[in-house]
Design a protein around this ligand. Sequence first.
Ligand code: RTP
Length: 155
Amino acid sequence: LVAAMEGVEETYIMIKPDGVQRGLVGEIISRFEKKGFLLKGLKLFQCPKELAEEHYKDLKDKSFYPKLIDYITSGPVVCMAWEGVGVVASSRKLIGATNPLQAEPGTIRGDLAVQTGRNVVHGSDSPENGHREIDLWFKEGELCHWVPAQAPWLR
Ligand code: RTP
């Protein structure tokens, strides 16, 4: 079973409202799919203020926090749970630096964004936060624990 393999983690990836508004949903999902990670949960969702505040509670003393809450709740987001070996750190690499102007070309933010406050995507920063955020954004019935029917040498 994939879930029993050593080093398998899960991460919460979210396409922020600017990514949805700009029509980047397919492009962004595609990068995680092509990398070879396993999609366990996916939904379009209008985030209530209370959930945004819980998700970003560690940032509540930052000057940009009120703007961040307004941004995340400004329109629908795409919530995703992805599974794989090393998926947490690898996803952060695929996403690129928080400031898109410092993100390397080839990363999602490096290719698709300009402003830190409009950086199109979120990814959990640790396996612990991956679990915490998937629990926060998904109900258990919304997740699929599945094994792809593919030749094992593909992953
Ligand atoms: P994320 O959680 O979205 O993956 O982002 P991150 O770890 O790369 O960055 P973090 O420091 O946790 O900040 C979370 C989000 O807050 C917004 N932000 N705005 N100076 C600013 O205006 C500022 N700094 C951060 C960004 O949307 C960032 O992704």
